[in-house]
Design a binder for this molecule. Structure first.
Ligand SMILES: [Zn+2]
Length: 290
């Protein structure tokens, strides 16, 4: 059976190196379907989605990880998000004519921001410059700075698949040996785009590391699922205030809000808006009472 929409973790137990492999198929195609952009721009989104799924595997709480790349070049915005249980979504904004090439060629001067959002805690944010030949390189820089653990990433995407491979030193194993990391890295560097996009995890690990001892863990499913909802949009509208909402109603008769991640359309008429605004005064009252 061909593996798709799955994340596998694996471990070189004896030499203190962990790894992850991800392959997105239906989830990638669905995420892409809601986005406009050239093939190159879309492939960046595929790579970013593969990356956030692998990064989400290190989250040990309910929440999500968001990768955001933003610059002043032709590629304006790239957002990819994965929840702790691997529900993914993403969006892209770019000019029609997009140069291929390094991150600087696409994004201009920009930043790569990684945000970890826990359901019950302050978000954590890490920022690195958008520099290097691709997203994998920029993320390696992020890991060098934030975790100070040797990390390597390979990310590829085409029309049908998005895939990723990650290798990382475990924090301070007793018997860390520099030569082990170097050997694994040299073996992994022989990986081709085609192999990562086409092989399943077990075959890929065999192809790269057949003389190493690797423990492969059970696959975890990945799905496209947007977190948008009518209550969330209502909260946003409430925050805009009566005056602005009245203005839109007068001009357009209804308020229509589209989700940029999944294209879902939410429609609010005058009665809906009154209901939303009356909930605000209830919320305020209960705040003052307690
Ligand atoms: Zn949505």
């Amino acid at each position: 059976m061909i593996e798709q929409d799955l994340l596998h973790r694996f471990l070189f137990e004896e030499i203190g190196i962990r790894g992850e492999w991800v392959k997105l198929t239906a989830s990638w195609q669905t995420a892409k379907q809601h986005q406009q952009g050239s093939q190159n721009v879309q492939q960046q989104l595929g790579q970013a989605l593969a990356a956030v799924v692998m990064l989400s595997a290190t989250i040990k709480f309910n929440g999500s990880i968001i990768l955001q790349a933003q610059g002043d070049g032709d590629f304006k915005t790239l957002v990819a998000q994965s929840t702790h249980n691997r529900k993914i979504r993403g969006l892209i904004r770019s000019n029609d004519h997009m140069p291929m090439g390094s991150l600087e060629a696409m994004f201009g001067l920009g930043q790569l921001v990684l945000t970890i959002v826990a359901d019950n805690a302050q978000p954590y944010q890490g920022i690195v410059p958008l520099q290097g030949k691709n997203l994998a390189v920029a993320l390696q820089t992020y890991f060098e700075q934030s975790e100070q653990l040797k990390t390597r990433l390979w990310l590829f995407a085409n029309d049908t698949h998005a895939a990723g491979l990650l290798l990382q030193e475990l924090p301070a194993p007793q018997n860390r040996n520099k030569a082990d990391w170097e050997r694994i890295e040299i073996l992994a560097d022989t990986l081709t785009e085609r192999e990562l996009l086409e092989l399943d995890c077990e075959n890929l690990l065999y192809r790269l590391f057949n003389e190493e001892k690797v423990r492969l863990f059970d696959a975890e499913p990945v799905k496209f699922q947007c977190a948008c909802s009518r209550p969330r949009i209502e909260r946003t509208l409430r925050a805009m205030g009566r005056e602005e909402l009245e203005g839109i109603l007068q001009e357009q008769g209804t308020i229509q809000v589209g989700c940029e991640f999944c294209s879902e359309q939410y429609l609010f008429d005058r009665i809906d808006v009154e209901t939303i605004l009356s909930q605000e005064s209830v919320a305020n009252q209960s705040k003052t009472q307690h």
